[in-house]
Structures are given as C-alpha cells and as structure tokens.
Design a binder for this molecule. Structure first.
Ligand SMILES: [Zn+2]
Length: 420
C-alpha cells in the first residue's frame, strides 16, 4: 500500500475525491495531505442539490485532521465552485467537514469527546488548539445540538457566565432549567451579550416565560429588564430580587402592625421603616440592638424580618439536596408565620423551586456543566467519512469553571473573590 492509498483509507475518503499528494514537513512536525476531486466528477449545488456546471476552484483551504502520531495533520484542497442556475456561484460541500469549519468532522468528534472530560482550556491544551479554536468547536457543537431540537416553550430560564483560566475568557450560558438544557451560548458576559439572546426570542417565547434565575450581575439584570419591559412580568430570581420581594413583604407587615399599634397608643414602630429595610452592611450596632429589642417584644414585623433574613441563605447553597432541605424548613416557617405578605412570596418561590435548585447546583461549581449534558451533538452530516457516534442525552460535557465557591455570608450571596 503506498502512502496515498494509506491516507485515502484512513481518511475514509471516497471517490470522486482522492489523495493527490502527501507532504511530510519534519521541521514543523506536520503532514500535509492534498485532496482533489477527479476531473469530470458530477457537481451539485450545495443549496438545492441540483447538478450544476463547474465554475472554478477556491483558493487552497485547510482543515486540521487527527494527528498522525505526533505529526499535526492538515488536509488541504481547492474546493470546486459551481454555477447554479438558481443560486449562482456556490462552493460545493466537502464530505469531511462542515461548511466554514477549519477542522475535519473526525477531529471535531474527538474534540467533543475531550470536552466531556475537561474544560475548553483543557481541550486547547490536549489537542494543541488556540483557545478561540477550542471555543469555536464548543459553540458549533452546541449549535448542532440546537439545530436538531424543536423549539419548545421555555418557562424557567437560567443565565450564568462561565469563566476560563484566563480572566478575559467568559461565555454567557443560557439554559432551560427544568429540562436542564443549554439553549444559547454567547461570547463575554456583557449587557449586549445577553441582549443578543433576548432578541433571538420571538415575542410569544418572551411572553411565555415565567421566571429567570441568575446571580446578581448588573449587565445581565439590565439586559433582562430591558427585554422583559412590557411583558407579563416574568419573575427574576437572583439573591437581590428575592431579598427585594421579601423586603417589600416586611414593609407591608410593618405598615399594618404600626397602624394597629398606633390605634392603641403604642408608638414603638414609628420611624422604624428604614431600620427593617437596611441591608446588613449599612446596619449599625444601634440598629441591631433596636431590632433585637423589637423582636423580643414579639412584634410581627420582627418575625417577618427574621424570615426575610433567613431566605438569603438559600442563595449560598450549591448542593440542590441541601438547598431543598433548607428551603423546606424555611418554607414551613414562612407559612406558619400567619403573615400573608410573607406567605405570598414564599409560595411564589415554591413554585419555581425546581428551577432555582438546578441553577444553584450548577452555578459556582461547574457552571451548568450538567445542564450542558445538553445533547451537544457529535451528530454530523456528510458522506465518505465514518460517522462518529452521536452523544447520547446523558453524556455530560464538563465545562468546569475557575469560579470560586460561594460564601456563607447571607448578605453576600455572590462568589468570594469574584469581581461582582
Ligand atoms: Zn442551487
């Protein structure tokens, strides 16, 4: 078997494509495999599949293929262009790669296997890729998974950012939390990143949304507020908004109790409004003393305040099991409080608890990595190349993040050492 036949076989290349030349470059440890299409081969338009006359050939295009031992292996070809009566001049599909990819299908299939075990940065190291190339493979895999999926109504969305080793490498990941699926991945973690996701939704999808779960990150909140303005208000769950709902409930309890006490000539709650609304950071020693005193007096607002303070702790969990246990206790406490405004917020949280738990579990630990089990498809089309096994739904794609663990300080539900 000569070397061209060997490469023809291991590339799985079928007629009318053939290996025209093999070039070994010892200095750069590369093997270049030049592939050509036989003269007179039938050409078809990539858009309509109709036969079309040849027009010309592209400049030489290159695809990274699986290494040959330690030699980086490059497939090179000048791809014919056809002149379709309907679609004009178009470059034909090649059987070994997706359009516009700079990697062969087999290489991408290997990369997806590697991604299941490591980070995008890890993938870059193992397969000697730049971070951009590795991230591109990841994005295309997500896109392929999505292309096969019928658009379903999403009720609870999770938004998270994943950071890679280098600080400036962030992607924004949007997931369908109840179905534990990644819906969308975008570069960076800016307001316009998430805004681009929101504009990809049709109005009915936006209107059908019931809740959005995320951490407190201003650019995401701003993009979400802008996108959902005028929609039947989807509830935004982040540590901050949950505290806000509960703070409002505490205020309602305080108002009712204060007017009740006043009628009995009791002014203990006068001028206490801001005392109950203050966050931990702005609470002085005198505030704490006063709150303690009013709570010991058995006032309703003191009870409501304690329940509100305890709720923040939920955002510090990253184990769904423990978060559920904690919530169950907290929920029981809230319902037994006989404080209607508090019970209303508690019930609202109960309704979206499953989504919140999925979010809490994946955030900060490995950033939705299990949600990314996400049918990232190895499914690729093309002929002449053996088809890689399609990843099954349960195959986790691990995308570990360097993001630190959350703190246990209830007022600081974000990540310690993070720059939020
Ligand atoms: Zn055509």
């Amino acid at each position: 078997m000569d070397d061209r036949t060997l490469y023809q076989t291991i590339l799985g290349l079928a007629e009318p494509w053939y290996v025209a030349e093999i070039e070994v470059r010892p200095a750069t440890e590369e093997i270049w495999v030049r592939v050509e299409l036989r003269d007179g081969a039938t050409l078809v338009c990539p858009d309509c599949g109709q036969r079309a006359p040849g027009y010309d050939r592209s400049v030489e295009r290159r695809w990274r293929h699986l290494d040959t031992c330690q030699f980086r292996t490059v497939l090179a070809a000048r791809v014919p262009r056809v002149q379709c009566a309907q679609h004009g001049v178009r470059q034909i599909h090649v059987p070994w790669a997706e359009d516009r990819s700079r990697f062969t299908l087999l290489f991408e299939a290997l990369a997806i296997r590697v991604l299941r075990e490591t980070t995008v940065s890890g993938l870059a190291g193992v397969l000697r890729l730049s971070w951009e190339e590795a991230a591109g493979i990841f994005r295309r895999a997500v896109a392929r998974g999505l292309a096969r999926r019928v658009r379903e109504r999403v009720t609870v969305l999770g938004v998270d950012e994943t950071s890679f080793q280098k600080r400036y490498d962030y992607v924004t990941v949007v997931a369908d939390l109840p179905r534990r699926r990644v819906l969308w991945v975008g570069d960076h973690r800016r307001q316009e990143t998430l805004a681009a996701f929101w504009t990809s939704l049709v109005p009915a999808e936006r209107a059908g949304l019931e809740a959005v779960v995320m951490d407190r990150w201003e650019p995401y909140l701003a993009a979400t507020r802008a996108a959902l303005a005028g929609e039947p208000a989807a509830i935004v769950f982040d540590g901050y908004h949950v505290a806000q709902h509960l703070t409002h409930a505490v205020d309602l309890v305080r108002r009712a109790e204060q007017s009740q006490l006043r009628r009995a000539g009791d002014d203990r709650l006068d001028r206490t409004r801001y005392l109950w609304l203050k966050g931990t950071k702005r609470r002085t020693g005198a505030d704490r003393w006063r709150i303690g005193q009013l709570r010991r007096a058995g006032l309703k607002v003191g009870r409501a305040w304690a329940i509100k303070e305890a709720a923040a702790k939920l955002w510090t969990y990253h184990s769904a099991t423990w978060a559920r246990k904690y919530f169950t206790r907290w929920y029981g406490w809230a319902l037994r409080s006989r404080l209607e405004p508090i019970k209303r917020v508690a019930r609202m949280m109960r309704r979206y608890l499953d989504g919140i738990l999925v979010y809490l579990e994946h955030r900060c630990t490995n950033a939705l990595s299990e949600a990314l089990n996400a049918k990232i498809g190895g499914q690729v089309s093309g002929s002449g190349v053996p088809q890689p096994r399609e990843l099954s739904a349960g195959d986790p794609v691990s995308l570990r993040t360097t993001r630190p663990k959350p703190t246990l300080n209830p007022e600081e539900p974000t990540c310690e050492g993070g720059d939020k």
